[in-house]
Design a protein around this ligand. Structure first.
Ligand code: SAM
Ligand code: DTB
Ligand code: SF4
Length: 333
C-alpha cells in the first residue's frame, strides 16, 4: 500500500477513513507512517509561555482569555534571558523544538515584537527549531519572523468552519486562514491543527481535517489537542474525549497528510502509557514535555522530561534531533 501526497481530498473519503474498523485504520496509518517517517523517532517539544493571560479573544476553551475567571495569573513578556535559560535546559534534556506562545489576539509592530524577534534569533542560534504562536500576523510581520530565523509558526484552525463561531466569536475562520497564508508566503513552516472535545460532531472533525488536507502544501506540523477542561471557561464541563476518538483522529490525519508531523499535544497527561503507545502506532510522532508540569499554563498538565524519556525507551523509541523534517522536505522537493 503506497499513497502519494494529495491536496484534493473529498469529505466523503476522509469520513470513510475515519470510520474504518479501528484496528484496520491503525494498521493502514502505521503502514503509511513508515513510508514517510523514521518510526523509531519522536520529536519532543517544549512550550514556553512568553506572555501569559489577559488575552482579548473569547476562545471558549482557553484559560488565558480575559473574559473568563480562571486560575491563570497574567504575566508580562518574559525577559530574553529567562527564555534562553528554559530553552537551554530543554535542549540538555533532548528537546529539539521550542514553541514560544503569547496570549495576544495579534502581533503589533512595537518593541515587544522586536523583543520576540530577538528571542527567536537567539534560541535558533542554540541549534533548536523555534516555533512561535502569537496570534494573527500580517504578511510583513511573517517576513520579519522569517528574517529572524523562525522555523515554524503555529496557528490552529481548532474546529470546522461551521462550528467555529460556537467556540470563538472575536475572529473568523477566514482570519485564521489568512494568517496561515501569510506564513506560507515565507519559508517559515506552518503548524496548524485542532482540538478534540469542544462538543464538535464527527462531521466537524472530518471537516477540519478536510480544510487542513486541502492546503497546498499541507501544514508541516499538525497538533492534535485533547480539550483540557479549564474551570471558569464555558467548556469546563465538557466530557472527556474517548481515547478511541483520539486514535481515529491521529490515524486519519496521518493517512491524509502523510509527510506532516502529527503532534499528540494538550491532554496527553491524562493518557496511560498504553494509550500513548496506541497514538504513536497510529502515526503521532511528536509530544510536548516539560520540567515544570504544565503545557502553557497551570491549567493544563504536561508530563515531565524524565517520565517521557522512560516512556520512549520502554517503547524502543528515541528523541528526534532538530531539523530532520526540513532536510527531508528539501530532498522530497
Ligand atoms: N494566542 C495564540 C493563538 O490563539 O493562536 C496562541 C496560543 S493558544 C494557547 C494555542 C492553541 O492551544 C489554541 O489554538 C488551542 O488549539 C490550544 N489550546 C488552548 N487552550 C487549550 C485547552 N484548554 N485544551 C486544549 N487545547 C488548548
Ligand atoms: C498547540 O496546538 N497546542 C499547544 C501549542 N499548540 C501552543 C498549546 C496547548 C495549550 C494548552 C493550554 C494551556 O496550557 O493553558
Ligand atoms: Fe487568546 Fe490564543 Fe487563548 Fe484564544 S487561544 S484566548 S487567542 S491565548
Amino acid at each position: 500500500m503506497s499513497v502519494g501526497i494529495r491536496y484534493d481530498w473529498q469529505i466523503e473519503e476522509i469520513q470513510a477513513i475515519y470510520d474504518l474498523p479501528l484496528l484496520e485504520l491503525v494498521y493502514q496509518a502505521a503502514s503509511i507512517h513508515r513510508q514517510y517517517h523514521n518510526p523509531k523517532q519522536i520529536q519532543v517539544c517544549k512550550l514556553i509561555s512568553i506572555k501569559t493571560g489577559a488575552c482579548p479573544e473569547d476562545c471558549s476553551y482557553c484559560a488565558q482569555s480575559a473574559r473568563y475567571k480562571t486560575e491563570v495569573k497574567p504575566q508580562a513578556l518574559l525577559e530574553k534571558e529567562t527564555v534562553l535559560d528554559i530553552a537551554q535546559q530543554a535542549k540538555a534534556s533532548g528537546v529539539s523544538r521550542v514553541c514560544m506562545g503569547a496570549a495576544w489576539r495579534e502581533v503589533r509592530d512595537n518593541t515587544q515584537f522586536d523583543q520576540v524577534l530577538d528571542m527567536v534569533k537567539d534560541v535558533t542560534d542554540m541549534g533548536l527549531e523555534v516555533c512561535c504562536t502569537l496570534g494573527m500576523l500580517t504578511d510583513a510581520q511573517a517576513k520579519k519572523l522569517e528574517t529572524a530565523g523562525l522555523y515554524a509558526y503555529n496557528h490552529n484552525l481548532d474546529t470546522s468552519p461551521d462550528n467555529y463561531s460556537t467556540i470563538i466569536t472575536t475572529r473568523t475562520y477566514g482570519d485564521r486562514l489568512k494568517t496561515i497564508d501569510n506564513v506560507r508566503q515565507t519559508n517559515v513552516t506552518v503548524c496548524s491543527g485542532g482540538i478534540l472535545g469542544l462538543g464538535e460532531s464527527v462531521a466537524d472533525r472530518v471537516s477540519m481535517l478536510h480544510t487542513l488536507a486541502n492546503l497546498h502544501p499541507h501544514p508541516e506540523s499538525v497538533p492534535i489537542n485533547i480539550l483540557s477542561q479549564v474551570k471558569g471557561t464555558p467548556l469546563e464541563n465538557q466530557p472527556d474525549v474517548p481515547i478511541w476518538d483520539v486514535v481515529r483522529m491521529i490515524a486519519t490525519a496521518r493517512m491524509i497528510m502523510p509527510s506532516s508531523d502529527v503532534r499528540l499535544s494538550a491532554g496527553r497527561a491524562r493518557l496511560s502509557q498504553i494509550e500513548q503507545a496506541f497514538c504513536f502506532m497510529a502515526g503521532a510522532n511528536s509530544i510536548f514535555s516539560s520540567d515544570d508540569g504544565k503545557m502553557l499554563t497551570v491549567t493544563t498538565p504536561c508530563p515531565g522530561y524524565d517520565n517521557d524519556q522512560q516512556l520512549l525507551s520502554l517503547l524502543g523509541l528515541e528523541m528526534r534531533p532538530p531539523f530532520v523534517q526540513k532536510k527531508k522536505e528539501t530532498v522530497m522537493g
